[in-house]
Design a protein around this ligand. Sequence first.
Ligand code: SF4
Ligand code: MG
Length: 332
Amino acid sequence: FEHILEVKDLGIQFKTAEGFLSAVHGISFNVKRGETVCIVGESGCGKSVSALSLIGLLPNNGEVYKGAIKFQGKDLTKLTSDEIRKLRGNDISMIFQEPMTALNPVFTIGYQLREPLKIHQGLNKARANQVAIDLLRQVGISVPEQRMKQYPHELSGGMRQRVMIAIALACNPKILIADEPTTALDVTIQAQILELLNDLKQRFETSVVMITHDMGVVAEVADRVIVMYSGEIVEQGDVETIFNHPEHPYTQGLLASVPNVDLEQDILEAIPGTMPNLEEQISGCRFHPRCPFATDKCRETKPDIFSIDQHDVRCWLKEAEADGQASRIISN
Ligand code: SF4
Ligand code: MG
């Protein structure tokens, strides 16, 4: 398989007192082996639920209502919860923003590292212990033998995140899903963790799907970038293209709202307005209430996805360039 992960027209909805609300309206993207794909967008755009759906961890009131998630050709949406549990922590691992929610406070670090190795890899306790110590060393933890005996609350935030990465990597996963893994950490530790992830990705050839709202993080780790807005992908392409030639007005706004390092000046130009709530019906382009270029067509008709210069853009502005350069790849 050229793509280790293929997400096709994925739709996710939540059951509420008022009925079903769609949070993700049909997104498609692929992940290659050894590649880091960053999914970016404001909070509430659907990036976290999209990530959770990849490992069958949607909240109880959430469900995939359409589309497919193919991992090495196998559709994960068709697996039983037992089958997906076997993949989780083994072929597909996840790290979270706050390691305390993922680490168990009543077990030692050593226990939590050994368990997946025993369950998924069938190692005995002594061997699992050796591998666990080695993993801690690989994620940059000194005196790992001592850390093995400690409990999560005895470690600093940065150290806990390293432990969680070690646990996630324990079974040599093919895909690592990381949801804002550095958001809770201070800037120096954040830089160290991102460096660690880049380094591990190369060493283990793991594909990484990273969820973030921080374009600085994207610049550090991404090979490819997916920009989500209000439950849809509005633009995707390789990292250089997205940073140097963003085509979607929303992406342009996102980039303008972070300090521009190249120009060495802070351009803090927030995008006016807020993202619509799930229950809000928006006609046409979901970004039109905030878009400086919106036309009547934008307000009435949902834009198609146009493919131009190696990247895909859901915006009617691109239709005008359809003089052989841009091609329409998806209608609505
Ligand atoms: Fe703006 Fe129209 Fe493009 Fe939507 S389709 S982003 S409203 S120009
Ligand atoms: Mg989130």
